[in-house]
Design a protein around this ligand. Structure first.
Ligand code: PGA
Length: 252
């Protein structure tokens, strides 16, 4: 039985310590004592410390939205995984479609980040998913397979088992369009097949696969009760305590 994992990706919002402390403080009250599912908040770098402080003593974990795949060095403006750990972060989102698109992140670079995060002791949430054009050209499986194989290349089954995957069809992100639960489920099943072929069935069965893309309180239940959907990566709806709580507290 895979434990559900629901993460809020705040993107470039709520980046001041005060805004983050307010939102995280409300969530700490509303969902901080849940023990049957994992809840993670991923604020901008500048709000990580305040968020960690606001959820202290609760079951909520904190993650970053990006990192650089080196421990230290002359990489102006970048953040090492060890720096994130030192703040109390335990997760990091890697390869979000916005980073693939705007910052030209490749599978190869994402693979390096996933390995480096694991080596440092951070739990990576690796994002993948097709664009609308790719979907219309019937290339969903090709793209998903390429992202999974590229992102997890050269890793042992034991390492891969620690990675959380987030299937986020790009056309569903921030658009209000959501994949039909049965269509999302089919892609998640396909991802598990790719993982079985890459590693083995036991490993594929333990890897958690989140769905992301316009998840809201009113569609969370139908998505999250699909057998191969193990959680959600939530953007817009994670920026208000009540809507994020509505997603987190879905009843299966
Ligand atoms: P959205 O974003 O929920 O606003 O669609 C999801 C994401 O980008 O992770």
């Amino acid at each position: 039985m895979r434990r559900k994992i629901i993460a809020g990706n705040w993107k470039m919002y709520c980046g001041t310590p005060q805004e983050a402390a307010d939102l995280a403080g409300q969530l700490a009250k509303q969902v901080g004592s849940l023990t049957d599912r994992d809840v993670i908040l991923c604020p901008p770098f500048t709000a990580l410390a305040a968020t960690v402080q606001a959820v202290k003593g609760t079951n909520i974990a904190v993650g970053a939205q990006n990192m650089y795949p080196e421990s230290k060095g002359a990489f102006t403006g970048e953040i090492a995984p060890e720096f994130l750990l030192s703040l109390g972060c335990t997760y990091v989102i890697i390869g979000h479609s916005e980073r693939r698109t705007y910052f030209k992140e490749t599978n190869e670079f994402i693979n390096k980040k996933v390995k480096c995060a694991l080596a440092a002791g951070l739990n990576p949430i690796m994002c993948l998913g097709e664009t609308l054009e790719e979907r219309q050209a019937n290339k969903i499986n090709d793209v998903v397979k390429d992202h999974v194989q590229g992102g997890l290349a050269g890793m042992s089954a034991a390492e891969a088992a620690k990675v959380v995957l987030a299937y986020e069809p790009v056309w569903a992100i921030g658009t209000g369009l959501t994949a039909e639960p049965k269509d999302a489920e089919a892609v998640h099943q396909f991802i598990r097949q790719v993982l079985t072929d890459m590693f083995d069935k036991a490993t594929a069965e333990v890897i958690r696969i989140q769905y992301g893309g316009s998840v809201k309180p009113d569609n969370a239940k139908t998505l999250l009760t699909m057998p191969n959907i193990d959680g959600a990566l939530v953007g817009g709806a994670s920026l208000k305590a009540d809507s994020f709580t509505g997603i987190i507290k879905y009843e299966g």
